[in-house]
Ligand binder design. Structure first.
Ligand code: R5P
Length: 328
């Protein structure tokens, strides 16, 4: 792989990110179009020569999720049939990753299904950010990396702060590993919200394990969808005496009334601020959300791939971030 032999395509969900990464890496951003037939079928079109090239396709499988998934698969299929040497699918937000196990009988494992489809279509490598759970690496038989954008956000958040009086709060049991890693890294306390989800998009919180009283709390998660998880956790934390509440989240989906609800919570001084990355671009964010860009981290990862012969290490790309540490 080499930068000179590489070309990148953006399929519409991450056009700004793709432009920026192309500027940093100097990989050409190829022209392509996704056309749609009257019934909704997708056609990927490019005039760029592909034969023998290392191709990068950037597309978050975010809203509309099913369309985005098909657009990505169809593009990969086209690139494979055009004799690309390698195809790296860069999926900043990997939709369907929440269904990573059968939580109840007769449920699907959609994350595995998408992994199979990506490989079947012709992807030779997959790169994403803060996938819902790290064990999903095992769904792939090709190289797979989930970069931790959370560290960049933590770096920005902790700038000019100390961890004295800080409590890292996990909004549910699923996020405990991630939150514990962060609390250890910044030497802060850890608390866990006891969250239950009776059905999709419904959240119940009843208790907090740990002490948030008079603490400067950081609520950390991989994603905000409807906001139910974070908003309910924040309200309960405020009731339990939390002094400040800042949210750090990689993927800002902000569906339903999420934006309005977060704006209200910030006006009512329940939430102080939201730090969110730019893995999802086509969305409306709450007024005071602070966007932290992952562009450089992604460009550094691509540079490692492109210089494979130089034995570049993926963990080296985090060295410039003070609070970096891989999750396991
Ligand atoms: C679930 O386990 C995820 O990590 C998020 O906590 C969840 O998907 C957020 O969804 P919502 O914002 O709708 O509560």
């Amino acid at each position: 792989m080499s930068i000179k032999n590489s070309i990148m395509f953006s399929l519409g969900q991450n056009d700004n990110l793709a432009k920026s990464v192309s500027n940093i890496t100097k990989i050409k951003l190829g022209r392509s179009h996704l056309n749609h037939f009257a019934d909704g079928e997708t056609l990927f079109v490019t005039d760029e020569p592909i034969r023998g090239k290392d191709v990068y396709v950037i597309h978050s499988t975010s809203k509309p999720v099913n369309n985005s998934v098909m657009e990505l698969l169809i593009s990969i299929d086209a690139l494979r049939r055009a004799s690309a040497k390698s195809i790296t699918a860069i999926i900043p937000y990997y939709g369907y990753s929440r269904q990573d196990r059968k939580a109840a009988g007769r449920e699907p494992i959609t994350s595995r299904l998408i992994a199979d489809l990506l490989q079947k279509a012709g992807a030779t490598r997959v790169l994403t950010f803060d996938i819902h759970s790290q064990q999903q690496q095992g769904f792939f038989s090709i190289p797979f990396d989930s970069l931790t954008g959370i560290w960049i956000m933590l770096d920005k958040f902790m700038k000019n702060r100390t961890s004295e009086n800080v409590c890292v709060v996990s909004p549910d049991y699923g996020a405990v590993k991630r939150s514990r890693s962060i609390s250890e890294k910044i030497n802060a306390q850890l608390a866990i919200v006891d969250k239950r989800r009776p059905k999709p998009n419904q959240v119940e919180v009843s208790n907090i394990l740990g002490d948030v009283y008079e603490k400067d709390c950081i609520l950390v998660d991989d994603m905000i969808d409807t906001g139910g998880t974070m908003l309910n956790a924040a309200k309960l934390m405020k009731e339990k005496g939390a002094k400040t509440i800042n949210i750090i989240v990689t993927h800002g989906l902000f569906n339903g009334n999420a934006v309005q609800n977060f704006n209200d919570a910030m006006e009512q001084k329940i939430i102080d601020n939201i730090y969110v990355s730019n893995t999802i671009e086509n969305t409306i964010l709450p007024n005071k959300a602070i966007i932290i860009k992952i562009d450089e981290l992604l460009a550094d990862a691509i540079n490692v791939f492109a210089n494979e012969n130089a034995c570049g290490s993926m963990s080296s790309i985090y060295s410039k971030y003070k609070y970096s540490k891989e999750f396991n």
